[in-house]
Design a protein around this ligand. Structure first.
Ligand SMILES: Cc1cc2nc3c(=O)[nH]c(=O)nc-3n(C[C@H](O)[C@H](O)[C@H](O)COP(=O)(O)O)c2cc1C
Length: 332
């Protein structure tokens, strides 16, 4: 099935910069779009709620001005993330603002609701829903989502436990619409791997946490650069849902990362402060396992240039390897 126009427009790379609680705002999103990849932010990051409309105006105007000043530049569309959870009492008013601004792409997480999909479709927008299993993917499409984000093991934030190969493979058996792959993608080679695995786009979060335009503290950015996969702890203590966090931030909050108690999922209250005194995501810092590939703090433009160089080198190397295999005689 061809991709919908919002996703098939030319991009510098087949990448969506995923929504990051606290870290993504207009600065990060416009930098992503102007570097030619789809940028996004959670509606809840605009606080107070009245700020959401201003942010949407700002992103739209700054991207349009950039495109006018740079007629040959690839300027990507943007997305807004809605946390579709009963603890989000802003869901409906934020939807009204999203509809009014005709946001091209809406990313829904932690719940799929037909009326949200209908509202986005009313003005021609598309909905991508994030899931951690094939079963949730089926439900999301049944409820009217246009595309699926497969959040696999190793992803930052509320991650799944399934291998990306298993998850994307199972979804691709029945779904030929837009499919994004997420989890520990932080190198151009991994973006190419997402396409090889059957996805249309890579969905990348943690690598952007170390960029100049991200709205998280400098110490958090540096911990992303200094950490590797061994420094990521999977726990449900902080929000009630399992997610991946930086070991160093858990220690700094006075907790033992190797001996964290289990939490009760019913206690989940997104953004309210979680279940410990240290507040996820303010004090306990989320990150996926891919950050070993993040070697320095860059601007978004430089990160995308780096990804593109890595992606092209990986494509050439893969081409050389796969054509070698094609030339080899079949064994009996
Ligand atoms: C610090 C942090 C905050 C996040 N906040 C959100 C959020 O508000 N909404 C959401 O849908 N996903 C959120 N995520 C998940 C990401 O959008 C995405 O699924 C994940 O970062 C992809 O894996 P990666 O970090 O390994 O690239 C967050 C992830 C991190 C690391």
């Amino acid at each position: 099935m061809p991709l919908p126009p919002a996703l098939s427009r030319p991009l510098t790379l087949p990448v969506v910069g995923s929504p990051l609680f606290i870290a993504s705002g207009p600065e990060l999103v416009t930098a992503q779009c102007q570097a030619g990849v789809i940028g996004s932010f959670p509606a809840l990051n605009a606080r107070p709620a009245s700020l959401l409309s201003d942010w949407l105006d700002r992103i739209t105007e700054e991207n349009a001005a950039y495109a006018a000043a740079h007629p040959h530049a690839v300027v990507a569309p943007f997305a807004v993330n809605q946390i579709v959870h009963r603890s989000n009492d802003r869901l409906e008013p934020d939807m009204d603002v999203i509809v009014k601004h005709r946001v091209p792409i809406v990313i829904t997480s932690l719940g799929a609701r037909p009326e949200i999909n209908d509202a986005v479709h009313s003005y021609g927008g598309i909905v991508l829903h994030d899931v951690t299993s094939n079963e949730f993917a089926r439900k999301a499409i049944e409820k009217g989502a246009d595309g699926i984000i497969a959040v696999a093991a190793g992803a930052g934030g509320h991650a799944g436990t399934q291998s990306p190969f298993a998850l994307v493979q199972e979804i691709r058996e029945w779904f030929d619409g837009p499919l994004l792959m997420s989890g520990a993608i932080a190198h151009g080679r991994s973006i190419l791997a997402a396409l090889a695995a059957g996805a249309d786009l890579a969905y990348i979060g943690s690598a952007f946490l170390a960029t100049a335009e991200a709205n998280n503290p400098p110490a958090y950015k540096q911990m992303i650069v200094d950490s590797t996969a061994k420094d990521i702890v999977y726990s449900n203590l902080f929000t009630g849902v399992h997610g991946n966090y930086l070991r160093g931030s858990i220690t700094a909050a006075g907790l033992d990362p190797d001996d964290l108690p289990e939490s009760d999922p019913s206690a989940m209250d997104f953004g309210s402060g979680g279940n410990t005194e240290a507040r996820a995501w303010k004090d306990i810092w989320g990150s996926g396992q891919g950050i070993g590939a993040v070697k320095q703090r860059l601007t978004v433009a430089d990160l995308i240039t780096t990804f593109r160089t890595q992606y092209e080198a990986a494509a050439r190397a893969l081409d050389a390897r796969t054509s070698l295999h094609a030339a080899a005689p079949a064994t009996t």
